[in-house]
Structure formats: C-alpha cells, structure tokens
Design a protein around this ligand. Structure first.
Ligand SMILES: Cc1cc2nc3c(=O)[nH]c(=O)nc-3n(C[C@H](O)[C@H](O)[C@H](O)COP(=O)(O)OP(=O)(O)OC[C@H]3O[C@@H](n4cnc5c(N)ncnc54)[C@H](O)[C@@H]3O)c2cc1C
Length: 394
C-alpha cells in the first residue's frame, strides 16, 4: 500500500493531523476510488445508472458504513476523520459520497440516534456490511424546507401495528433500497416519528425521478405509501418528535459540508491539470495571470472551508456542536463550492461543458449538494435565529 500524503489541494496540510489508522483507511479508500469508481463514473453519470453492487460491498469492506457507531465501527475514530472520508469520496465523485452519506449517516444515523439498543443491534450490522441498502424518507411533494411543520405522511397506531399513508419525494436511492426510514406524523399526538420500512412491504411503491441533471448516479425516487403496515417493533423507539429527526440532520449536515469541499477539489484538480496542458497565445493558459487568479481564489475557498469544517467536526466530538454550527458549515462551504466549481469550469472555456474534460460533472453535482439537507436559505435562517434569538422561518 502506498504511504499517506495530504492531497496538494489541502494547502495547509490539515489531513496530516489524522491518526495513523485513519490515514491508512484514507490511503485504502483513495486506491479503491481510483481503481473502481473513477474509471466508470462518467459513463454511469451520463446513463443515470447506479453503481454496480461490488462498489457498495467494496465501500462496506473499507468500513465506511458504520464508522461512527459503536456496534459497527472498525476502530475508534474522530468526526474530523469521517469528514475527510466524505471529502475524499466527493473529490472523486459526489454521488459515491452521497451514497455513503445516506447509508452511514442518514439511515444508520436515524437508527443509532433514535433506535432502541435492540434495534441498533439488529439493524446496524446489516447496513454496515452492505447486506441492506438504505434510504431516508423525509421530504414530501408538498413539504421540503418546512418538514418540521408541514409533514403530511401519517402513521396511525392499530394495535401492535402502524398504518402509514402518504408520499415522499426526492428520496435518494429510494427506488433501489431494501429498507427506507420513513418519517411520518403520528395521527394521535401529531408528532413526527421514524419507521424502519422494508421496501417489499405491500403498499410501498417507488418510482425513479427521471431527467435529473445533477448527481445522476444517485437514484432519487418519488415514493407512495398506501396502507403500509409496519409493526411497532419497527418504529424507532426513541423517536418522539421532530427533535430526533433534527438530531440526525445535524450530524449529516456537517458531513455534507465536507463533501461540498471534496466536490470543489474535484473541479479544482481538473482545472490545475488543464491549466498546465492547454496552450493559448503560445504558452500554457496556467501562465496567464487571470487564470492563476481563478486557481488562487479556488484554493482560498477550499482552504478556508477545510479550516471551518475541521473545527465544526471537532465540536461534535467535544459535544459542543449545535444546529447553528453545522448549518453555518453547510451554508458557507456549499456557497464557496458554487463559486469554486464555476471558476474552475470557466477556466476550461468551451471544453468546460464537455463531460470528457472532467469538470462539468462537479459543476452540475454542486447544485444538488447546494440544495439537499437544507437549502442555503434554511441554513441561513437557523444561524440567524441563533444570532438574534428570533425565528424568521415564516
Ligand atoms: C439530489 C437530491 C437528493 C435528495 N435526497 C433526499 C433524501 O435522500 N431524503 C429526503 O428526505 N430528501 C432528499 N432531498 C430533498 C431535499 O432535502 C430538499 O430538496 C430540500 O430540503 C429543499 O426542499 P424543496 O426541494 O421541496 O424546496 P422548497 O422547500 O420548495 O424550497 C424552494 C425554495 O424556497 C426557499 N424557501 C423555502 N422556505 C423559505 C423561507 N421561509 N424563507 C426563505 N426561503 C425559503 C428554499 O430555500 C428554496 O430555495 C434531496 C434533494 C435533492 C435535490
């Protein structure tokens, strides 16, 4: 195995602070991504096809599903390390980062945060091994940013069972998952609760959203739930209100912030290479001052963002991270990502919109990362509430 080196776009060498075991995992992950994902990702993206199964099991073998949780982690590790995993994944492909973020964070996170010890013991290992592919069903056709108040999917208690009716939209890998975590409003107490729903349950149907122009490898789905019967043992026992849903999102939002930086780095690395190769006015475009400015501004965004997320993840380990902290990280890094991928695409001229040149995928995927797990506006309002003490959502 090759030895660990920080990537050149980690300009201040933040990644050097990881433990030796964490660095070894990063090296193995880089080798896996270069061998298995990079060669096929553009074709998958163009054809809107999901990763072949061996990619899912390969990610599981690397221990990427379940690193935060006691039942499934391969070794004790830090939130900063898990952030670097998200960054390294997205640096190659934002869809593979999204797959890991969903399985490890949103799905296993829901069970780890809101499940009973028995539910954790039963379900987490199955997701960690890749035996089960999960999806996280919160957003609905009529409720996106306002899910805390607006969720319309209803769960009605019926003896030892719950009967769920409603619809979900945008659910990542929802058309191919084995199990979907469905968040629904309890018809009796009006509180949002989480349910572990096997997708083979009668009444569950999912249809892929077609013609999506970002994160095309991720299979987003519209889901309809019609009298879906779920046993009480599949209700996340600790989920009593939207507070638990928000706790899951707080964990994953900070990791999306790391993935946004990885996506920026993917575009930046392609731009640095192109700047050295493309000749105009008799010399590589990288020798022109304005091209150097685009690269320097991009590296500035990346470096500032890494500094910010390093601290916000350390706060998670310290137990001091609050909603507004992860929201600021998501808002800041995704905004910087949007600038960075645009500058890097610009550097390619016309070739910047051709898939073969390796930058336009990062440019397009940035739009999905910018909007999912809380839009810029929602994360800004969460920070604004913390600053002023006044909620300005409505
Ligand atoms: C690729 C992708 C993957 C996704 N994966 C999942 C998934 O796996 N599971 C899941 O549950 N969801 C998923 N989502 C859904 C995602 O979280 C939502 O798209 C997001 O929360 C925004 O909701 P919306 O699209 O309904 O937009 P809307 O809520 O309709 O918002 C539209 C616009 O209005 C703005 N807005 C809304 N309210 C206010 C306000 N009060 N003040 C100012 N501006 C406001 C928003 O910021 C946005 O710009 C995914 C989305 C995408 C695009």
């Amino acid at each position: 195995m090759t030895s660990f080196e920080p990537i050149p776009s980690d300009f201040y060498g933040f990644e050097n602070a990881l433990s030796d075991q964490e660095k070894q995992t990063i090296v193995a992950l880089r080798e896996f991504l270069e061998a298995e994902v990079r060669p096929i990702m553009n074709d998958l993206w163009m054809n809107a096809e999901f990763f072949p199964r061996h990619i899912v099991t390969g990610l599981a073998d690397l221990g990427l599903f379940g690193q935060p949780w006691e039942e499934t982690r391969q070794f004790e590790n830090s939130a900063v390390f898990r952030g670097w995993i998200a960054l390294e994944l997205a640096r190659v492909d934002a869809s593979v980062a999204t797959l890991v973020g969903m399985q490890n964070g949103l799905v296993m996170g829901s069970i780890a945060v809101a499940g009973s010890p028995e539910q954790r013991a039963e379900w987490l290992p199955k997701f960690a091994s890749g035996e089960l592919l999960g999806a996280f069903g919160l957003t609905e056709p009529l409720s996106g940013s306002d899910t805390a108040q607006g969720l319309q999917t209803v769960a009605k208690r019926d003896g030892d069972n719950w009967i769920i009716n409603g619809a979900k939209r945008w659910i990542g890998n929802g058309s191919i998952s084995d199990v979907t975590i469905v968040w629904a409003r309890d018809a009796d107490d009006n509180q949002v609760k989480g349910f572990i729903v096997p997708t083979s349950t009668p009444g569950y149907s999912a249809k892929r959203i077609e013609n999506k122009q970002a994160l095309r490898i991720v299979q987003n789905a519209d889901i309809v739930l019609t009298d879906v019967v779920v046993p009480e043992s599949n209700r996340l026992q600790g989920s009593k209100s939207f507070r638990e849903t928000a706790a899951v999102l707080r964990l994953t939002r900070a990791e999306v912030a790391w993935a946004a930086i990885g996506n920026s780095i993917g575009a930046y690395e392609a731009a640095v290479k192109y700047a050295g190769e493309r000749i105009q006015f008799g010399k590589p475009i990288g020798s022109h001052q304005l091209i150097q400015e685009l690269l320097a501004k991009s590296l500035g965004n990346i470096t500032a963002s890494i500094g910010l997320v390093t601290r916000v993840s350390a706060m998670l380990d310290e137990g001091t991270q609050r909603d507004e902290h992860s929201s600021l990280a998501k808002e800041y890094t995704t905004s910087r990502m949007r600038e960075t991928v645009a500058w890097c695409r610009e550097l390619f001229g016309g070739n910047g919109i051709v898939m073969d040149y390796g930058v336009v995928k990062y440019f397009a995927d940035a739009e999905a990362i910018y909007s999912y797990e809380g839009t810029r506006e929602m994360n800004t309002l969460i920070v604004g509430r913390a600053i002023t003490g006044k909620a300005a959502f409505v």
